[in-house]
Ligand binder design. Structure first.
Ligand code: ATR
Length: 272
C-alpha cells in the first residue's frame, strides 16, 4: 500500500504512454514488498522535470526518447557506461545526488547471453544511433568481434573510429552478413506501424546464426519471422526491456529482481 514513506520512481519521455516500465516495476515492487511506486510522466521540458523530481526526492528517474542524451547535462555524476555511450536511461538518487547510468547495453547483452557466449563471436550490428552505441559498449566489454552496418556509411565510419572497431560497411552490403555468428538489428526498421519492413533481404540469414531484433513492437517482427523461417535462433526485443528493467529494479531496491513476475507482466502487456 502507498504510504507517506513510499519512494517515488518514474519514467519520463515524450511520448511515454506506450512504456511498459510502470507495470513491470510495480509488479516487482509488490512481489518483493519493496516500498516504492513507479509512475510515467509525459514531459516536454526536461530541465524543469528533473529539477521538480529532484525537489521531491524522486528515488529513480528512468529516461526515454527523446531525452537520453540531453539528460546527461542534469545529472550530478555520470558512470562509465553513460559516459562512453553518450546517453543515459536512468538517474539513480544516492543521498540526493543523481547518478546517470545506462542499462540498455546490459539488457541487450543479457538477452543474447541466454542463448550464446559472446567472447570472440563475429557480431554484426545494424545501425549507428543511440541503441547501436549502447550495444557496441556492451559487446566490447564482452570482447566480441564487432562489424558495423548502417544505411548511411559515413555515420558508421565515424562510430567505428570512435569505438575502435575493425570493420564497417553500408547496410546494402548484405552478403557480408552471411559469415557472422550474430546479427543484431539496432535500427528502428520494422517497428510498428511499419511492421512490414525489414532491414535484411531474403536469403541472407543462415540457419546457424542468432538474430536479435531490439524492436519489440510488434513482439515478433518481420526480421524475426525471417530468422525463424531460415532455421536461425531468434532473440526477441522484449528480453532487452526485461533485463534492462531488472537492472533498474536492483539499482532502486538493492534487492535481487523477481524475474519471473517481471517477465510475466511484460509478456501480458506486449502487442502482436
Ligand atoms: P536510436 O537512438 O533509437 O538508435 P537514431 O539515432 O535515430 O535512433 O538511429 C536510428 C538508426 O536506424 C540509424 O542507424 C538509422 O540509419 P541512418 O544513420 O542511415 O539514418 C537507422 N534507420 C532508420 N530508418 C532506417 C531505414 N528505413 N533503413 C535503414 N536504416 C534505418
Amino acid at each position: 500500500m502507498i504510504s507517506a514513506k513510499t519512494g517515488l520512481c518514474c519514467i519520463i519521455g515524450h511520448p511515454v504512454t506506450h512504456s511498459l516500465s510502470p507495470q513491470m516495476q510495480n509488479a516487482a515492487f509488490k512481489k518483493e514488498a519493496a516500498d516504492f511506486t513507479f509512475m510515467a510522466f509525459e514531459v516536454t521540458d526536461l530541465y524543469k522535470a528533473v529539477e521538480g523530481l529532484r525537489a521531491i526526492n524522486c528515488r529513480c528517474i528512468v529516461v526515454t526518447i527523446p531525452f537520453k542524451v540531453e539528460v546527461l547535462k542534469y545529472a550530478d555524476q555520470t558512470d562509465d557506461s553513460a559516459r562512453k555511450i553518450g546517453a543515459a536511461n536512468c538517474l539513480i538518487n544516492k543521498n540526493g545526488f543523481y547518478k546517470a547510468t545506462n542499462t540498455d547495453w546490459y539488457g541487450a547483452i543479457r538477452s543474447l547471453e541466454e542463448v550464446t557466449s559472446l567472447k570472440n563471436k563475429k557480431v554484426a550490428i545494424l545501425g549507428a544511433g543511440g541503441a547501436a552505441r549502447a550495444i557496441i559498449y556492451g559487446m566490447k566489454l564482452k570482447k566480441a568481434d564487432i562489424t558495423l552496418f548502417n544505411r548511411t556509411g559515413k555515420r558508421a565510419e565515424k562510430l567505428a573510429r570512435e569505438f575502435n572497431l575493425s570493420d564497417c560497411f553500408q547496410l546494402n552490403e548484405q552478403e557480408r552478413l552471411k559469415n557472422m555468428d550474430i546479427i543484431i538489428n539496432a535500427t528502428s526498421v520494422g517497428m510498428a506501424p511499419n511492421s512490414d519492413e525489414t532491414p535484411l533481404n531474403d536469403g541472407i540469414i543462415q540457419p546457424n546464426q542468432i538474430v536479435f531484433d531490439i524492436v519489440y513492437t510488434p513482439h515478433i517482427t518481420k526480421l524475426l519471422k525471417m530468422a525463424i523461417k531460415s532455421g536461425a535462433t531468434a532473440v526477441y526485443g522484449y528480453r532487452m526491456v526485461l533485463y534492462g528493467g531488472i537492472k533498474i529494479f536492483e539499482l532502486i531496491t538493492g534487492k535481487k529482481a523477481p524475474i519471473k513476475i517481471m517477465e510475466e507482466t511484460l509478456k501480458k502487456n506486449l502487442h502482436g
